[in-house]
Design a protein around this ligand. Structure first.
Ligand code: BDP
Length: 327
C-alpha cells in the first residue's frame, strides 16, 4: 500500500517537474563575433555552461560564434528588440545607441586597463550601465579587451603625422572616425567581417585593434606594422535584453548574473595570457611591432575630438570629469 502511494506520488511529482520545467525553461540565443581560439569564445561557452548549471537547466544559452547572427551594430539592434537575448559586446558600437556608453570610446580617456576597471566599478560605471539598461542592453559582467592600437601595411606609426593620409578602418562610432580624421587620416567604418579583405585589396591602409583580435581574424597577414598607440581602452560586456532579464525570477536573475561574473573572471585570466601569446605569435610571423615613446602628440591631437564631442553632448561633461578624476 505504502509503496503504491509513494510510487504514484513520485510519478506525479516527476510529471509535474517535467511540465514545470517545460513551462519555465528559457532558451536564450547568444551572439558572439569571435571564433575558436579567441578568449571571448571560450568565456562565452563557459557562460552558457554556468547558466545551465546554476539554474539547473531552467535557462539554457546557445552561443552562435563567428558573428553568424549578424554584424555587431545589427546584433545590438536585435538585442534591443529581443530577437537575440544576450551576447558579448564591445562598448564602442553601443555609443551611437547609448550616449553614456560613449564615455569609454573617448581616445585616451583611461590611463590603463586597471584605471578603466576602477572607473567602471565606480559611480561612472553605474551611470553607463543604467543608460545601457534603459536602452534594453543590460550589462551583467565586464570583459577585458586590452588596448587598441593602429596597424597598417605601409610602415611604423610613431606620430600623428604618420596617420595623415591613411585610410583607417574603425568600428561604427563617429568618435572613432573623428579620432582618425583629427590626425589627417580618413576614418572608415566597416563591419569587422569586412576588414581582412579591405586590407588585402587596399580599400583601407590600416585598422586598429588589440593583439588577440588582430591575430584571431588574421589581419596580421595583410597588415605587417603594428604600432603601440594604445589610444582606446574599451571594455566589453556580457549584455542581456533588459526585458528578458526582468522577466526572470529574482533567484534565476542572481544565478545568471553569477554565471556572467564567473565567466568574466575566466575571460580576464584568459585575456592576459592570450594578449602576450598573440603578440609573440604575430611577431614570429614577421609583424613589426613598435613602441611609441611619446604618446603626447597623439593625445594632443585628440583635443578637437573632445571639444566637438562635448559641445554636441554637454550632458557628458560631468561623466567625463568623474572618469578623469577617478584615481
Ligand atoms: C574586437 C572586439 C569586437 C569588435 C572588433 C572590431 O572584441 O567586439 O567587433 O574588435 O574591431 O576586438 O569590430
Amino acid at each position: 500500500m505504502y509503496q503504491k502511494i509513494s510510487k504514484t506520488l513520485i510519478g506525479a511529482a516527476a510529471v509535474a517537474a517535467l511540465l514545470g520545467s517545460a513551462a519555465t525553461a528559457q532558451d536564450m540565443r547568444a551572439w558572439n563575433i569571435h571564433s575558436d581560439g579567441h578568449p571571448n569564445t571560450a568565456a562565452m561557452d563557459r557562460f552558457a555552461e554556468l547558466v545551465a548549471e546554476n539554474t539547473g537547466g531552467a535557462v539554457t544559452v546557445e552561443v552562435f560564434h563567428g558573428g553568424v547572427l549578424g554584424s555587431q551594430p545589427d546584433a545590438l539592434e536585435q538585442v534591443q528588440l529581443g530577437a537575440i537575448d544576450v551576447g558579448n559586446f564591445n562598448l564602442g558600437p553601443i555609443g551611437p545607441i547609448v550616449q553614456e556608453a560613449n564615455l569609454v570610446s573617448l581616445p585616451f580617456i583611461f590611463r590603463d586597463v586597471p584605471h578603466m576597471f576602477r572607473v567602471l566599478d565606480g559611480e561612472a560605471g553605474d551611470i553607463v550601465a543604467a543608460g545601457m539598461a534603459d536602452a534594453g542592453i543590460l550589462p551583467i559582467a565586464w570583459f577585458d579587451a586590452g588596448a587598441r592600437s593602429f596597424y597598417n601595411n605601409t610602415g611604423p606609426i610613431n606620430s600623428p603625422d604618420d596617420v595623415a593620409g591613411m585610410r583607417i578602418r574603425v568600428m561604427n562610432n563617429d568618435l572613432f572616425t573623428g579620432m582618425v580624421d583629427a590626425m589627417g587620416g580618413n576614418g572608415t567604418p566597416l563591419a569587422f567581417s569586412e576588414v581582412y579583405t579591405s586590407l588585402r585589396t587596399g580599400v583601407v591602409d590600416g585598422a586598429e585593434n588589440n593583439f588577440p583580435s588582430f591575430l584571431n581574424v588574421a589581419h596580421y597577414e595583410v597588415a605587417g606594422y603594428y604600432s603601440l598607440s594604445e589610444h582606446l581602452i574599451i571594455p566589453e560586456c556580457i549584455c542581456i535584453n533588459t526585458g528578458v532579464f526582468n522577466g526572470l525570477s529574482e533567484e534565476v536573475q542572481a544565478q545568471v548574473v553569477a554565471a556572467a561574473e564567473e565567466a568574466a573572471l575566466y575571460q580576464r585570466e584568459l585575456w592576459a595570457v592570450a594578449s602576450e601569446a598573440a603578440r609573440a605569435e604575430v611577431e614570429a610571423a614577421g609583424v613589426v611591432v613598435n613602441m611609441i615613446e611619446d604618446k603626447g602628440p597623439f593625445q594632443a591631437a585628440m583635443a578637437p575630438v573632445y571639444e566637438e564631442y562635448l559641445a554636441a553632448n554637454p550632458d557628458m561633461a560631468e561623466l567625463v570629469a568623474i572618469a578623469q578624476a577617478t584615481e
